[in-house]
Design a binder for this molecule. Structure first.
Ligand code: SF4
Ligand code: SF4
Length: 312
């Protein structure tokens, strides 16, 4: 039931499209995030080895190496020798995210995303004000610090405290120490986002997200406000977007001759704006169909892309 005075983004979309359509990309992402953990668990639990290792470095089905390129970069800066398999795995992961958008890692793979989304959802429900005003560029300074720390210490020091690594490792290993560390990190990120700064961790601080954003700057897969003329200014997309600054140029740029494609590398391709828009303004598309027209384009149907089919 809706509480008076509290904004419920997506309520109009549910009324217009039904609950499933108004949440389909969110459901797909949660399924993807759960599968990313599950493929590492089938081996230890049932002896069916789909993926061995962790998000940092893994071997899928015994043949497909996948390595976190940020981990490889830290290792190289730390003076570690990298195996050919690790470098090949990093190249595969890089190629994937260069195409689909680096921050797809955030919205479709990273287990921390569900934690920060939950904190934001609760913030909206409780009507909590924005809180601490952090600069979005802080994450790039922290990324620089992570790389400098690797070079200065000769270790991959960041990975010991990286919330992404700690949470994933805890879930996959299932050890008391691993699960305890994961619980601590999860609680810290959740409470920070809930009580200190709105979208504090992922949008402002996380160096992993910053790194993946950089490698996805020219991604082909993009969300497009293809039917932006239908926008009724309900602001629901702005409310749910983890990087709300990326929307306005595409949605409101017609008068300035700006095309409808959300080109910012900060966009995570999460699809949540597509879900909550009752006017079906947004769709998945490519960066190439970006003519600055406001006419609804039926041909964009052909441009609509499936969700990222395979995640590292
Ligand atoms: S910003 Fe960091 S913690 Fe958040 S989803 Fe991306 S990688 Fe994960
Ligand atoms: S613009 Fe849409 S797809 Fe991009 S991050 Fe925001 S809600 Fe997600």
């Amino acid at each position: 039931m809706s509480r008076p005075g509290i904004h419920h983004p997506g309520a109009s979309a549910v009324a217009a499209k039904g609950w499933v359509q108004a949440n389909k990309w969110l459901l797909a992402r949660r399924l993807s995030q759960a599968l990313v953990v599950a493929v590492f668990l089938t081996g230890p639990l049932w002896g069916v080895w789909i993926a061995k290792g962790t998000l940092a470095s893994s071997l899928t089905l015994g043949i497909l190496p996948l390595t976190d390129p940020l981990m490889v970069l830290q290792g190289l800066l730390a003076g570690h020798l990298m195996t050919a398999t690790a470098l090949l795995g990093a190249a595969i992961v890089l190629g994937f995210y260069v195409l689909v958008g680096g921050r797809v890692y955030c919205s479709w793979v990273c287990p921390v995303n569900a934690v920060t989304d939950l904190a934001h959802w609760l913030r909206l429900r409780l009507g909590i004000e924005k809180g601490l005003n952090l600069n979005r560029d802080t994450r790039f300074w922290l990324l620089g610090g992570v790389l400098v720390a690797a070079a200065a210490t000769g270790t991959i020091a960041w990975e010991a405290i990286n919330p992404v690594t700690v949470l994933h490792r805890g879930l996959v290993t299932g050890s008391i120490l691993g699960l305890g560390s994961a619980a601590l990190v999860t609680a810290a990120v959740f409470l920070f986002d809930l009580g200190v700064a709105a979208r504090g961790w992922c949008t402002h601080l996380c160096p992993v997200g910053a790194f993946y954003g950089l490698i996805g700057r020219a991604a082909v897969l993009r969300v497009t406000a293809v039917d932006r003329a239908a926008c009724d200014d309900c602001m629901d997309c702005f409310s749910v977007c983890p990087e709300r600054h990326v929307i306005a140029p595409a949605l409101r740029g017609a008068a300035k001759g700006v095309g409808p494609v959300i080109l910012s590398a900060d966009c995570t391709n999460c699809g949540r704006c597509i879900d909550v828009c009752s006017k079906t303004v947004f769709r998945f598309g490519t960066r190439f169909r970006n003519a600055p027209t406001d006419a609804p384009t039926g041909s964009a149907e052909a441009d609509a892309a499936a969700p990222p089919a395979k995640v590292a």
